[in-house]
Design a binder for this molecule. Structure first.
Ligand code: SF4
Length: 357
């Protein structure tokens, strides 16, 4: 074992914070298994019960129309495309009702960023769902939607958040983070979305307002490792200030049908597991790290529980965005619990903010 890496891993296991150079050294020379062992030790310290959690919810994409046309996305359609849609409220309510019937506790509502939907649409949608399903947690609208809405309505982000919360919003997902480093962001966009500072700024406002959020990282889009480190440090710094992130969710770019297909080599299981483990080690102030069976499949998802993940996210009754780019894995609740038990953990269904059911 590399002595330097050995010392860094020991430091992290003991709860000391790693600096940028140390995180870089782990990426440069950390072995897969030693990183996994250390991440597993940190995961067990932070989540000492022999439990791995999951949630039953549904990703509802109320529209696939999007102004942004990101180069890594195979999901969006333009307004005039024959496949463009905005789901009627009744259809969304039916999907929520089916989620409740399956034991689901929340929904993740996310577009497309539709150029013609004003804040009144979002308020009506949230209020309608909250009235009909008061028990369902509404985890909705990530930074691209909120940022665009603020510009469209010429309204401060804080006011957008206040209005959405008044209408029923419970928390916001970490979508739109991609890689929080602006050179990389510019290369994978067609049109400028929220910059790194702006993405972090919306989450800061949300946390200050009392909303919990998640942080994601979609990697393997051709970014340098240094950009992943900038991303991790940006999330860690904000978490120091606000404590508002419930979890960190790293996942790999899926390339099928995207503009970047044939341009970048997507990450495989080796890169995924190393990056997951290093994320667990670097983010000493984030309680939960989620394994991504949705992009990696249930088998690597199971192994992720030995590389720092304490949660396997959602049994998604519906998922359209990564499915559009080629990842079409599915798991039932029984499959999820079996995968967790086989790894030596007790499965525990949780709610969106990580409260046990
Ligand atoms: S990733 Fe999101 S913001 Fe980008 S084009 Fe797809 S739907 Fe739109």
């Amino acid at each position: 074992m590399n002595n330097n890496v050995d010392n860094i891993l020991d430091k992290s296991i003991e709860g000391e914070r790693l600096d940028q150079g140390e995180i870089q050294a782990l990426f440069d020379t950390g072995g897969l298994l030693e990183l996994g062992q250390a991440a597993d030790a940190v995961r067990r310290r932070k989540n000492p019960d022999d439990v791995a959690s999951y949630i039953i919810d549904r990703n509802i994409n109320y529209t696939n129309v999007c102004v942004y046309r990101c180069r890594f996305c195979a999901f969006y359609r333009t307004v005039k495309d024959s496949e463009a849609y905005v789901l009627p409220f009744e259809e969304i309510a039916t999907k929520v009702s089916e989620t409740v019937a399956c034991g689901g506790t929340g929904i993740l509502l996310q577009g497309g960023v539709h150029p013609e939907l004003r804040i009144a649409y979002y308020e009506s949608l949230l209020a309608d769902l909250k009235n009909s399903f008061p028990q369902i947690h509404l985890h909705a609208f990530s930074v691209p939607e909120i940022w665009y809405l603020a510009k469209l309505e010429k309204m401060p982000v804080r006011e957008v958040l206040e209005r959405l919360v008044a209408a029923g919003l419970d928390s916001i997902p970490g979508g739109g983070a991609e890689i929080l480093e602006d050179d990389t962001r510019r290369q994978i966009w067609s049109r400028a979305k929220a910059s790194t500072d702006q993405w972090l700024g919306v989450h800061r406002e949300a946390h200050e307002f009392g909303l919990r959020t998640t942080a994601t990282m979609m990697f393997g889009v051709g970014e340098p490792i240094s950009a992943r480190i900038v991303h991790l440090l940006g999330v860690r710094d904000l978490q120091d200030q606000s404590g508002g992130f419930t979890a960190f969710i790293p996942w790999t770019f899926q390339d099928l049908g995207t503009d970047l297909e044939n341009e970048v080599e997507p990450s495989g299981g080796y890169d995924y597991l190393r990056t997951l483990a290093i994320s667990r080690l670097a983010l000493d102030n984030v309680d939960h790290v989620q394994g991504s069976w949705v992009t990696q499949g249930p088998k690597i998802g199971q192994v992720s529980l030995f590389f720092g993940a304490d949660d396997l996210g959602s049994i998604m009754l519906e998922e359209n965005v990564v499915a559009a780019a080629g990842a079409q894995y599915r798991m039932s609740q029984g499959d999820m619990e079996r995968v967790i038990r086989e790894a030596g953990y007790s499965p525990r269904q949780r709610r969106t903010l990580y409260e046990p059911l």
